[in-house]
Design a protein around this ligand. Structure first.
Ligand SMILES: *Cc1c(COP(=O)(O)O)cnc(C)c1O
Length: 364
């Protein structure tokens, strides 16, 4: 739904740009804590212990001054963690902000449309509308995997963006498939790989950065690092691409990442062992939940993420969503033709998934 003020004719007080917008609709964020919340791919486990200690001892006086505009300490920590130079790292206020800068800075329809998978992160078409970028959706293969071959030779394009693993399907492409695609794709068009869920079983395309000057890999602290609440993401790419993102940032907001967030990001990287364990646990829960759901007659797509995309033959996705909501469990349903039968279920704790399995057994 595009914007209307409700003021009727006085709508003209707003820009034509605003009236063209169709905003992204995030998962419901209920205020009361009465739901088991499996609808936004948040991590069910708390952030690493060092963050709690840091917050308990934090000095409010520090907040008087602006933060480092380019998050240098954090960039160095990310660079050290991934074994790349710091000038290959860009830090932003959530990966959504970085994606937005990428759309602004890289994708320009005079070179042709942007390509992304038909069923994917629903923010991409929103940014396209925001920045006036034409796009073409590339159908998934019949098994719901992303079709990178379909991105080659279709038309002249201004770039490609896709999540790996894809959302909401959860299915990952292999590094060989991505390499093969990049090898055939023009080097003067940026390819953004949105690796929001990479820590739950996929293989990052990071190792391909030195061979492809046009590749940008985007990560977030929201999912595997349990920090959706601080809004922190980063991109890794070659220095010219990082400089381009920095130019967009500095034309919009010099200080998008606050001091506490920069510091917390560093601590999270330092305590990586904790997070490896959390991700392992979530993967284990995902596999256990998926097998149990399959044995109850559900179809579950093979996931490399912290969610599964699943359907129950003979039942609509909307019915499943509503039935589970009435049982106090929130999942995500996308009322989109082609994936309408599915719901996307975030992997919570073992206890939460057991309650979900019980509700599924009771209802269907
Ligand atoms: C969650 C998610 C993001 C957004 O991450 P933030 O860092 O919280 O903005 C980006 N891309 C995909 C595919 C996601 O699922």
């Amino acid at each position: 739904m595009t914007f209307t003020s409700g003021y009727g004719e006085v709508d003209t007080m707003f820009s034509r740009r605003l009236r063209r917008l169709t905003p992204y609709v995030p998962g419901e964020q209920p205020r009361e804590g009465t739901y088991i919340k499996l609808n936004s791919n948040e991590n069910p486990y708390p952030p690493c212990p060092g963050i709690q200690r840091y917050l308990a001892a934090a000095d409010a006086g520090e907040l008087r001054l602006y933060p480092d505009p380019v998050s240098n300490n954090l960039r160095r920590a990310i660079a050290g963690h991934y074994g790349i130079p710091a000038d290959m790292v860009f830090v932003g206020n959530g990966s959504d902000e970085i994606l937005s800068f990428a759309f602004y800075g890289f994708f320009d329809s005079f070179k042709g449309p942007l390509l992304f998978p038909e069923y994917t992160y629903s923010f991409y078409p929103v940014y396209c509308a925001f920045y006036d970028v034409d796009y073409r959706k590339v159908p998934l293969k019949p098994d719901f995997t992303v079709d990178l071959d379909g991105c080659i030779g279709l038309v002249e394009t201004c770039g490609v963006i896709f999540p790996n693993p894809n959302a909401p399907t959860g299915i990952a492409l292999t590094i060989e498939e991505i390499d093969g695609f990049l090898h055939r794709y023009p080097r003067d068009r940026v390819v953004v790989i949105d690796e929001a869920y990479i820590d739950f079983g996929g293989v990052s395309a990071l190792s391909l950065l030195d061979r492809y000057p046009n590749l940008a890999v985007v990560h977030t602290f929201s999912k595997s690092r349990s920090l959706a609440g601080i809004r922190l993401g980063f991109a890794m790419s070659n220095p010219p691409v990082v400089r381009a993102l920095t130019t967009v940032k500095d034309s919009f907001n010099s200080y998008p990442v606050n001091k506490l967030t920069q510091r917390i990001g560093e601590i999270a990287l330092r305590e990586d062992d904790y997070y490896r364990n959390v991700s392992r646990k979530i993967i284990k829960t995902r596999e256990r939940f998926s097998s149990a759901a399959v044995s109850k007659g559900w179809e579950v797509l093979p996931s490399s993420a912290n969610f599964v995309f699943m359907r129950k033959p003979g039942t609509t996705g909307r019915t499943i969503y509503e039935g589970l909501k009435s049982e106090g469990i929130l999942v995500r349903h996308f009322g989109i033709t082609g994936i309408d039968a599915f719901v996307r279920v975030t992997i919570g704790t073992d206890e939460e998934m057991d309650i979900l399995l019980k509700a599924m057994g009771k209802k269907w």
